[in-house]
Design a protein around this ligand. Structure first.
Ligand SMILES: C[S@@+](CC[C@H](N)C(=O)[O-])C[C@H]1O[C@@H](n2cnc3c(N)ncnc32)[C@H](O)[C@@H]1O
Length: 221
């Protein structure tokens, strides 16, 4: 049975979690550290043990990650979403690789296609906003396959609502971002996927003076 997480329910769950816990426009697609995160994700794919994995991604306009996947898995099916209409229109007729490229919100795509993807990477441009939190938790509760890799990338700074959470969880902004939030995802996700696990957190920068980024990697088994 799949239950969609309503905002009021999310608030209740956040409060319950507090009671149970002890701790009170990406631009540079060529950056080395960013590329390491792509390689890390690519190197996870064999764990799926699938010759024809189905992936959902947010591409850059050079489709660098999707190219890497197709080189290793020529039979992979890759659905790519783009929410920026201008960028989508500029790109759609000159795709450098064989992917399904669609205009729209990746979170809507996941709501409409639950239990479909072996690998999902939400390489988001934003930070840990309440809407990103809500959408990410909804994905782990309603859209993941029994066995899949689920990753997301967020900017690790400038969260305007952080104070609400640091007060609520009696923790610093960094503790919330790097410990409490992934723990919350596991706890809420395990209601549906008992073996959901948080596998890795990679902190990196696209360029030396840019906003720090974080890649969060989860797996269901
Ligand atoms: C950081 S870039 C992707 C970089 C790429 N994965 C790479 O490896 O270089 C994110 C892209 O996703 C788009 N995007 C951000 N949020 C989205 C959403 N909710 N749905 C669809 N597209 C989104 C942005 O417009 C942008 O083009």
């Amino acid at each position: 049975m799949v239950i969609k997480l309503q905002k009021s329910l999310l608030n209740t769950l956040l409060t319950n979690y507090l009671n149970n816990t002890t701790m009170a426009q990406f631009k540079d697609h060529q950056a080395d550290e960013k590329h390491e995160t792509r390689e890390l994700l690519l190197n996870r794919l064999p764990q799926l043990k699938k010759r024809k994995p189905r992936l959902l991604t947010l591409p850059s306009n050079n489709f660098i990650f999707e190219t890497m996947v197709l080189e290793r898995y020529p039979n992979a099916i890759i659905d790519c979403m783009e929410i920026d209409r201008k960028l989508y229109n500029q790109t759609k007729d000159q795709l450098p690789v064989k992917v399904n490229y669609e205009f729209g919100d990746i979170f809507d795509k996941l709501q409409d296609n639950p239990d479909t993807y072996d690998f999902i990477w939400l390489d988001l441009c934003g930070n840990l906003s309440t809407s990103n939190m809500y959408n990410i938790i909804s994905v782990v509760q309603t859209s993941l396959k029994k066995t899949c890799i689920f990753a997301f990338t967020l900017a690790s700074a400038r969260e305007q609502r952080t104070k609400i959470f640091t007060n609520l969880y009696k923790c610093t902004g960094q503790e919330f971002r790097y410990k409490v939030f992934p723990k919350m995802i596991v706890k809420l996700g395990r209601m549906f996927h008992p073996k959901l696990a948080f596998k890795k957190l990679i902190k990196y920068k696209n360029t030396s003076n840019s906003v720090p980024m974080s890649l969060y990697l989860f797996q269901t088994f």
